[in-house]
Design a protein around this ligand. Structure first.
Ligand SMILES: [Zn+2]
Length: 246
């Protein structure tokens, strides 16, 4: 097979894997306000864990560029948030106002971070040995809880499960789209990789603390939310550890 097609298909699989994340909501439909708060806490933990794996990857490549990216991500998200919040009649489908803003922010951020991962997949395939396959498998599997994080924010706000699955896959589409050019022009893309990883991590951390945590605290106590966040970080790390052992 043409290596370019191979890289595209591999990165497409990672994108489709994200669509598996919202599946638990097929069975689990109605939720109390407290359960919604805890879902926000779990989503926050998953996002923090994902941010730290992006930072770890970036720091291994170039600490300075990763830090620059992190600060850039913070500035970018803080400004975008200011702009989007001005549109109080903003809507996605039937969902209007603050909820729609939050949905747009989370889908936007997950899309941004998966762009960095798409470049990572492409660069890895240009390297030696089985690195490409390893990175693809790692990203595909780690995309599943990220799809879940998206669903945890979207479904309690009235999105249907299939819509959450669609948005999850959408958030990962930059992976197949960016893996191919990154693979073809690896020497051009490689210097930007740590910046992109830092950028995505900065935006995710900011979004988690500015939106998900305050909202989680509305209907649950802070020890409850702190437990949900800590346990979901532990869960995500365990998940990645098991993946490495396979
Ligand atoms: Zn990710």
């Amino acid at each position: 097979m043409d290596p370019v097609i191979y890289v595209f298909l591999a990165a497409l699989i990672t994108a489709l894997a994200t669509g598996l994340g919202p599946l638990p909501f097929v069975i689990w439909r109605s939720m109390s306000p407290k359960a919604v708060s805890i879902c926000n806490g779990i989503a926050a933990g998953l996002m923090i864990a994902a941010s730290f794996s992006l930072l770890q990857e970036g720091m291994a490549l170039s600490p300075t560029r990763t830090i620059l990216g992190l600060v850039g991500g913070f500035v970018f998200i803080a400004i975008s948030h200011q702009i989007i919040e001005r549109y109080d009649n903003f809507h996605i489908g039937d969902i209007v106002g603050a909820d729609a803003v939050k949905m747009l922010m989370i889908v936007g951020i997950m899309t941004l971070h998966s762009a960095a991962e798409g470049v990572g997949v492409g660069v890895a395939y240009a390297g030696e040995g089985n690195l490409g396959e390893f990175i693809t498998a790692a990203i595909a599997i780690h995309n599943i809880p990220e799809g879940l994080a998206i669903a945890l924010v979207l479904v309690p706000r009235g999105a249907k499960v299939w819509q959450a699955m669609g948005w999850s896959v959408f958030s990962s589409l930059p992976q197949p789209l960016l893996a191919v050019p990154a693979f073809m022009f690896v020497t051009f893309f490689t210097p930007f990789l740590p910046i992109g990883l830092g950028l995505a991590a900065g935006a995710m951390i900011w979004m988690t603390l500015s939106e998900l945590i305050p909202e989680a605290l509305e209907n649950a106590t802070s020890p409850m939310i702190a437990s949900a966040v800590t346990m979901s970080i532990a869960g995500m790390l365990l998940f990645e550890l098991l993946l490495r052992a396979v």
